[in-house]
Design a protein around this ligand. Structure first.
Ligand SMILES: Cc1cc2nc3c(=O)[nH]c(=O)nc-3n(C[C@H](O)[C@H](O)[C@H](O)COP(=O)(O)OP(=O)(O)OC[C@H]3O[C@@H](n4cnc5c(N)ncnc54)[C@H](O)[C@@H]3O)c2cc1C
Length: 332
């Protein structure tokens, strides 16, 4: 365990917001986890992964815990068990190269393994809820380790028990069911096209992961060059009546039918139609590559990012009577 005081978090959040924390605690392995207990005060702790789903609007006063970014995964009795500090994409590529399927559509999502359950990360028709067997947590209030089963995690679209509750948990390890028999999922059109372009008609898990990575590189701005947290809003759901009204007025509406006569609307389309693609305010703005991505052009503060985000929420609500929900966690 290493402890640093008055630590700058700019390199530890992908929006590159310049904020500090009073105490930064690096836990290097499983033996270190319990050593955190003497540092737990009334306010508890904040667990930081790669900071790829956070907007820091002020310094963090409670101790910040970070699990060392060291890759560790192994297969035990058919389960793939990974250290929560491991890089997510390293786990995806490690598994597909071993011929284990299940995570290939989630390739190239930034972040750590431990950061993935909170919003049940998803992309290209897959979510981690499809393969998680258990999530191991350390309760820093009681000092007890516990394993939450898939159903106990209450995974849903971009949420889970880890987002919904103010819990005293450090996620330490996650077990996944990855198998050589997992069905390849090419439901997302662009993915099939990308593979066909390279004459791959019977893809392996590795082929799919590489195709997903290529598409993502083309579509999304690289946070290392243009700091961002990926999609800034969830894709909202509206009912059939509302959808009909909009579809009459906007023939180019981008939406997907769901069960129970509801539709999921593309938040990127809503923002683009309101003119936010490429819209800039001071040091931050909406990417000109993808309207759903809010980027930091240099020295944006978290407050500026939130202010621009609220401007977009107001405009979308006014035009479409739809209230966008912010996807990353706002630290305020
Ligand atoms: C360019 C880009 C593209 C993205 N694309 C996608 C996408 O396609 N799909 C998607 O779902 N997301 C996407 N994201 C969002 C983000 O990558 C994921 O949410 C990621 O899983 C966050 O992991 P992290 O380690 O960075 O977590 P952080 O941002 O550090 O933390 C997020 C939350 O998880 C908690 N947390 C982190 N680690 C632990 C732990 N060990 N124990 C307990 N709590 C913990 C934190 O306290 C915080 O509440 C994207 C982000 C970027 C920058």
């Amino acid at each position: 365990m290493k402890v640093k005081e008055n630590f700058n978090l700019k390199q530890h959040n992908t929006l590159a917001i310049n904020c500090h924390c009073d105490e930064f605690i690096l836990l290097e392995n499983m033996h270190d986890i319990e050593k955190v207990l003497p540092h737990v005060g009334k306010q508890g702790l904040f667990v930081l992964g790669s900071g790829s789903n956070l907007v820091l609007t002020k310094n963090i006063e409670k101790p910040v815990v970070h699990l060392a970014n060291r890759f560790h995964a192994r297969v035990v009795d058919g389960l793939t068990i990974a250290w929560a500090g491991s890089n997510w994409d390293d786990l995806v590529m490690w598994s597909v190269k071993k011929g284990l399927g299940g995570l290939e559509n989630l390739a190239a999502i930034p972040g750590t393994v431990g950061g993935a359950p909170e919003q049940n990360i998803g992309a290209y028709g897959a979510e981690i809820k499809d393969t998680v067997v258990w999530v191991e947590v350390f309760n820093y209030r009681t000092g007890v380790f516990q394993r939450l089963s898939n159903s106990e995690c209450r995974f849903m679209y971009r949420t889970s028990i880890f987002k919904e509750s103010d819990n005293p948990w450090i996620i330490t390890r996650i077990a996944f069911e990855l198998t050589p028999h997992a069905k390849i999922n090419l439901a997302y059109d662009g993915l099939k096209l990308e593979l066909e372009k390279n004459d791959i008609l019977d893809p392996t898990y590795l082929d799919v992961a590489e195709a997903v990575t290529k598409i993502r590189q083309k579509k999304l701005p690289d946070y290392k060059e243009l700091p961002n947290v990926g999609s800034f809003y969830n894709n909202p759901i509206i009912d059939e009546k509302h959808h009909k009204r909009l579809a009459r007025k906007y023939q180019d509406i981008v939406s997907y039918p769901l069960e129970n006569n509801h539709f999921r609307i593309s938040a990127a389309w809503l923002l683009e139609t309101c003119g936010f693609k490429g819209h800039r305010m001071h040091e931050c703005g909406f990417s000109d590559k993808h309207a759903l991505v809010l980027v930091n052009y240099g020295n944006a503060t978290g407050k500026e990012v939130i202010s621009l985000s609220k401007e977009a929420i107001r405009a979308v609500n006014q035009k479409f009577k739809i209230k966008l929900k912010v996807e990353p966690q706002i630290i305020a």
